[in-house]
Design a protein around this ligand. Structure first.
Ligand SMILES: [Zn+2]
Ligand SMILES: [Zn+2]
Length: 243
């Protein structure tokens, strides 16, 4: 499978990542990627990027050394009533927005709390993707989330970092497996994110691909196979108006 893009990358702006934008782009180019999304952690994450960082992303070229760079964010979900740690006017100006639960920012609630919060957030046109929905600390009702993803055009991520044996989100494997199976059943596309915090991890989808192979997920459901396919999904989401 020829994968052209990575939708989830962090640089030193996230405070606990180790490479610069230029280092990330250089690596992306070297391994043949056409696009990477820079998705720094929002301000509620200890050491996350601040509001001005996101508001000033206009200074960053959209193409650097032949690699398309999406100006994005990984915003933190800060409560179960739809709270996010960046304002709507900032999010609307970004190319790509991931919304994620992180245990550094929010205590776990019930499956019902997590599921309802995500469905509420997915209804917003400027939220393109839910990050690591397989995190067992924030368990979800998978069929309901996949159905909401379908209805709102929101992308669900299969996060490779969560599947590593030393992951903070240990136990994600079974959930990711079930998310993929449900996405196949409901014909909902997914995106692979490396969640790279250093250049060497860009487009590291090793564990995700093992699962995709085992389940025989069709290529057309994997948005990383084509920049055009991925952008069409973003366009569709931006034009989503109602559920
Ligand atoms: Zn991080
Ligand atoms: Zn995350």
């Amino acid at each position: 499978m020829n994968l052209k893009l990575d939708v989830h990358c962090h640089t030193i702006a996230s405070g606990h990542a180790y490479s610069t934008i230029l280092e990330m782009v250089s690596r992306a180019k070297a391994i043949g990627l056409e696009l990477i999304a820079l998705t720094e952690h929002g301000p509620a994450m200890p050491s996350g990027a601040n509001l001005l960082y996101f508001n000033n992303l206009k200074v960053l070229p959209s193409i650097i050394d032949g690699v398309e760079v999406l100006k994005g964010a990984e915003v933190n979900i800060t409560d179960y009533n739809g709270g996010l740690d960046l304002p709507e006017e900032t999010l609307k100006r970004l190319d790509f927005v991931i919304a994620s639960f992180h245990d550094a920012c929010l205590e776990a609630g019930s499956i019902e709390d997590h599921t309802n919060a995500l469905i509420n957030i997915m209804k917003r046109p400027y939220i393109h993707m839910i990050g690591h929905p397989g995190n067992p600390y924030f368990s979800i009702d998978i069929p309901r989330i996949v159905q909401a993803a379908k209805e709102t055009g929101t992308i669900l991520e299969i996060n490779n970092s969560s599947l590593k044996p030393n992951s903070f989100r240990f136990g994600s494997k079974e959930n990711c497996f079930n998310i993929l199976k449900e996405c196949m059943a409901q014909q909902v596309p997914i995106a692979l994110g490396s969640d790279a915090h250093i250049t060497f991890d860009i487009a590291n989808f090793t564990h995700s691909l093992e699962m995709i192979k085992a389940l025989d997920v069709p290529e057309e459901l994997i948005l990383n196979t084509s920049v055009d396919l991925f952008k069409a999904a973003l366009y569709k989401k931006s034009n989503f108006t109602k559920i």
